[in-house]
Design a protein around this ligand. Sequence first.
Ligand code: SAM
Length: 261
Amino acid sequence: MHFDIFTLFPGMFDGPFDDSIIKRARESGIISIELHNIRDYAEGKHSVTDDYPYGGGGGMVMKPEPIFRAVESVPGLAEGRSEASSLPGNAASERPAIILLSPQGRPFDQSVALELADHSRLALVCGRYEGVDERVRRYLCTDEISIGDFVLSGGEIAAMVIVDAVTRLLPGALGSEHGADQDSHATGLLEHPHYTRPPDFRGWHVPDVLLSGHHGNVDRWRRQQSLLRTWQRRPDLLDTAWLTEDDLTFLEGLEREMPVG
Ligand code: SAM
């Protein structure tokens, strides 16, 4: 998987991409990341990348020319783009996905991360200030993604979130083929609690079943804890999660023991 990231602040990526899982994934060739400084594609003595908004109002808007030039400088990236391709939600098409980070985009979640992990390359365009000129969204980008209903100062942190969430889904990135399978949201449920040594920490004990060595019981406990957590914290997820007959019986038991309201 190759990531092209277009930003006015490439230095922001130094720490997060140089440690831990992302670092290892880069070193082992599972991913590669190229940072493109949009300012390098601005013209004039002052390399201006933003300008006042037409119509007035506060803030500045990122100019289209440097962003188009930056993206178009990467071979094979912006070929075949069109207005029709700028509609959100078509990232799985054959064209390389050029994703605009934006609080107005489609919500990023685990299913979108899985969808993006199917691509061989992704381009991420980071906005700043009041955002980018609308023509970048309309005529250059193929997708628009938000990492949540809040406003960040720039798209850089959103890009890091996407790179991280997508990378851990790639085979080998976690050091084990099934590492991410049981994570929260991967199964449609929240994951069960985890414990490690010591078995007794300040009088707080690890549940006996986890010390029993009985794999069947451990699996059943984990599944039920996962269901319990999801039922308590994110009952909305149960509407779409894939549930077995045993799961449904367990949830019915919870409803009986602890009726809501
Ligand atoms: N004026 C814009 C609006 O109200 O929609 C917000 C601009 S924001 C201050 C600057 C940039 O941060 C955006 O262009 C976008 O790239 C990024 N950004 C902010 N919030 C984001 C979010 N929730 N998800 C992804 N990117 C975000």
